[in-house]
Design a protein around this ligand. Structure first.
Ligand code: ADP
Ligand code: ADP
Length: 227
């Protein structure tokens, strides 16, 4: 589903990624670990071309991401993205945040989009919060709305960049629970996280990066038991 072949990325003089090679199968859950500044966020953001790669080849669901002919908006529609900060539209309610992509991008009729958005919010226990604005939601609720917003677009791939690290500790659990449910489905998931217990539990594979290189790819048992 995602193939990195010697992918490198420079920011001006700084080499953020060095010849990263690896592949992620359809339905695989890859947990990306590594110290701060090791290039995790950069790697995740190359997948939907929020960062352009400097060299190498990156193929996502059969699409060569560097190909200038790719319709980037259409391409990104198949890829859900959830960042550390919730990035909800502050002037829209939870329901509107989830439904806007459905009717703006997928051209669903408004009523249908809102009904579907409501269904998604209900599924994660947020029906009662549907008409609140982000400012009136807790951090955990905002992040669940952000995840649901991505899911509602029915993506093939979900990218998550430290989805729990901006949350107060008591809210991490509710977001991880939602991610656990996601991981059981057949989505392909690439998730940066420092939650090692979670990584061990839901990851099919752990990728470990340091200094812009992918140093280890292993199933969680092997990864976490290695000395
Ligand atoms: P991680 O997610 O593992 O913390 P990042 O991918 O965010 O790492 O960053 C890797 C390195 O690239 C860091 O040293 C960071 O300072 C640098 N970097 C990230 N974004 C930029 C940018 N836009 N311009 C210059 N350097 C950047
Ligand atoms: P516009 O297309 O008007 O720039 P968007 O609402 O499409 O605005 O995007 C706002 C920001 O979110 C931009 O920085 C864009 O690169 C980013 N973005 C848009 N779609 C995605 C996506 N699927 N995944 C990650 N980032 C996205």
């Amino acid at each position: 589903m995602i193939v990195f072949e010697k992918v490198s990325k420079r920011y001006r003089s700084f080499q953020a990624l060095t010849e990263v090679s690896g592949h992620i199968r359809r339905g695989e859950v890859v947990v990306l670990c590594g110290p701060s500044g090791s290039g995790k966020s950069t790697l995740v953001r190359t997948v939907n071309r929020l960062e352009e790669i400097s060299s190498g080849r990156l193929v996502v669901d059969g699409v060569d991401v560097s190909d200038r002919r790719v319709n980037i908006n259409e391409f990104r529609r198949g890829i859900g993205f959830v960042a550390q900060q919730f990035n909800l539209f502050p002037h829209l309610t939870a329901l509107q945040n989830v439904s806007i992509g459905l009717y703006r991008l997928l051209k669903m009729p408004l009523r249908e989009a809102e009904a579907l958005a409501m269904e998604h919010l209900s599924r994660v226990g947020l029906a009662a919060r549907a008409h609140r604005y982000p400012a009136d939601l807790s951090g955990g609720e905002k992040q669940r709305v952000a995840i649901v917003r991505a899911l509602a677009m029915n993506p093939k791939i979900m990218l998550l960049d430290e989805p729990t690290s901006a949350l107060d500790p008591e809210m991490v659990g509710e977001v991880l629970n939602l991610l656990r449910t996601l991981a059981k489905g057949n989505l392909t998931i690439l998730c940066v996280t420092h939650e090692l217990g979670f990584a061990r539990e839901v990851g099919d594979t752990v990728w470990f990066m340091d200094g812009g290189r992918l140093l280890e790819v292993a199933p969680p048992d092997r990864f976490f038991s290695s000395p």
